[in-house]
Design a protein around this ligand. Sequence first.
Ligand code: C5P
Length: 337
Amino acid sequence: MATTTLPKKLVLLAVLSLTGSVYAVLVRYSKVTAKLTYVSSTVVAMQELLKMVVTIFVLLVESGGPTSTINVLNHHVIRAPLDTSKLAIPSCLYAVQNNMFFLSLSNMDAPTQQVLLQLKIPFTAVLCVILLGRSLSMQQWLAVLLMFFGTGLIEYYSTTNTMFGHKDKRAVQTGSNENFFLGLFAVVLGSLCSAIAGVYFEKIIKSNETSLWVRNFQMYIWSVPMSFLGAFVNDSHKIQENGFFSGYNSLVWILILLSAFSGLLISIVLLYSNNITKCFAASLSIVISTVVSYYLFNYHIGWYFIIGSTLVCCSIFLYVIKCQPSLKKMETEHSPA
Ligand code: C5P
């Protein structure tokens, strides 16, 4: 597979940032403005199913027809159970991350949870060094820290304010049956799982010539049944009462499409770029979605946003612009041949 040029990588990251921004704005709209009552776990299951369908379609195109696709899958999946089972690890880690997200949110206030979730940024950097043998310069470490603090600051204040500029007291309220330490454990574990899953997947796709789409197939073969099982176990009551697709409308389908597209795009970014630049794209999408929400929903923007977004922009400048020679060298070393 050919090495992708720096401008192409930047386009990939820009598309990922924009997709993340549109997704965040639409989720806010669906929950607060449209007050849709869809069951989130069914949405996750549909996203995983859609990613699997798209992956099979790409495999059909990549390998040149149904017969060769069956041969490829026979060779890489059915006759390679050990290889396929390796992809159960990131799949399980992403599933744990999803569950920890909800567990932490039910045991701590949303702003604290949002800040702690950003721990996946330094965790990812440390894991890239330990597991991928990558080295970061002092400037790049500083960029990672600035990104963590900048994103954390924006997320903290965004979640304490509603879209209409007022303080949302419910966001910072703590219930009597909440266990903060359980919430803390869940959010740290969730961030760690996300970082390990990303770095592990990157290591696997860059370890040999096996197609990214075969790797995605090997991963979704685990995540599809797990997500459907998760929906039927956690929300069986709601699903039995109102049906699997209750509360669905065209907006929910757009959310499913966007999220599936963004998951597949992340896998492409991990192949052609790396986990740390993926974190930059995610931070940038938080900045963009806040600015878009300001114009669309009269979202409150204060000093925290100015400082937070300045920190995020400085971190991108430090990492991508200032460190371009070492970045190019690093990516040439780690890009697939
Ligand atoms: O929050 P985080 O960056 O860890 O999320 C990564 C997302 O990318 C997860 O939702 C995961 O399901 C998705 N992904 C994917 N296919 C891959 C790798 C990640 O859909 N091959």
